[in-house]
Ligand binder design. Sequence first.
Ligand code: BG6
Length: 476
Amino acid sequence: MRKYSDVFSDTDFLWGSATAAYQCEGAWNEDGKGEGEWDYFNHHSVLNIHNEDGDEASDFYHRYKEDIDLMVEGGQNTYRFSISWARILPNGTGEINQKGIDFYNNVINYCLEKNVEPNVTLFHYDLPLKLAAQGGWLNNKITDYFDEYAKVCFKEFGDRVKIWATINEPRYYSYCSNIVGNYPPNRYADIQSYFQYQYNLMLASAKAVNSFKQMKVDGIIGIVHDNGSVEIDPTAENQEEIFKIADFFYNRMILVPALEGKLPDELEEMKKTFNFMIYHSDNDAEIFSKGKGDYLGLNLYNRQYVKHWENGETEIFHNNKGADSMSLEGIRLKGLFESSFDKEVRRNKWGREINPRVMHTALLEIKERYGNPLILIAENGHGIYETPDENGYVEDDERIEIFNEFLEYMLKAKADGVNVKGYYHWATMDLYSWINGYEKRYGLVRVDFKNDFKRIPKKSYYWYKDFINNYSKNTK
Ligand code: BG6
């Protein structure tokens, strides 16, 4: 039987790429899969602004072998993907769908046959519809339903999967669902639900970590956080206070439970600052204390650059229209803080900062403040519009330039003592970029969605292959 100790036996570093179930699998109603909240939202909501959906996505469900073969060809030794909860438990709880289990067994076995280390995330935004209809992440039974689902996965796949993540980006997911309102169930500026979501997601994660340990699964388990490390505009007033509030808003409800097994010490104070409460049970503290992760997955795209609140009502700035909008990404929270827009920093077409230096800053900050945990960069990438040549080939030099800078900063952090042992580029191939649709492309491999989902590796794919090769040569 494979062991976790085998993972780093022939390599000191994992190099790979990542996807998520709803974004790439397609086959939305095949082989007994239950309907998901995103299926429902995309099929029915006027807020599906590009009128796209994941019904077919990148057709990974039928083409996983080709995608894994391409990873191997590209020198990658690991693949991060997520399991669709509704494929395993069509109603979110209860009846198990054997065909769903078979599919993930096939993916995992094929990875292992090709020496690609599977890294599995249990939940990446795609809640089963039946649970969403019962209040989703605000329902107080949800944490037990998640634990039930996690246990099925540990039992079925735990003999072969050695790297697990419970939940992808509980913070950003809560943010989009409750503050921006661009992800279902589309609540806007709802601070109460934003924090209750994070609490319930972290409790669910802690329950699953507890089960993992009780079932004595050999492997590591953690959570994946979108690390927007907070940086303060030097012109801001009350900088220490603003940092504390913004860091709580962006990071601490996730990082403290995940890495210290407790709730943040400042929670009571922050309830007053933000004006929210948490529905909880008396034994939650004990669950959190046993729910600490073995590592931290970090999705590193940007920082959170903020200053004191100047004036104006609470407002969220977001851009899912890309080049068709001038909006920059940010927030103003009345009376608390607001985003600062740094003119010196480049931005992508969706108004988000491109700032590779923050890879180094964020990694060092976690090392220094949270006891140097094992870290895997679970996502990092750059979304762009792309035009292929007549053969479908994309020369994505802009991606390569930024990718290179991010990697250099990651290796610098490693050299500075950060315990980072893996990197997953987002994404393995082009896929559904949630509410942005399909034209915000992230893949190392182009997917021709209009031509039988043909896969064509991009220039960045070959560049990454060389980078991995050189790294391996130089560290031998
Ligand atoms: C991460 C998510 O936040 O960013 C991915 O985990 C997502 O699922 C990626 O696709 C890129 O974000 P977006 O919004 O540009 O698709």
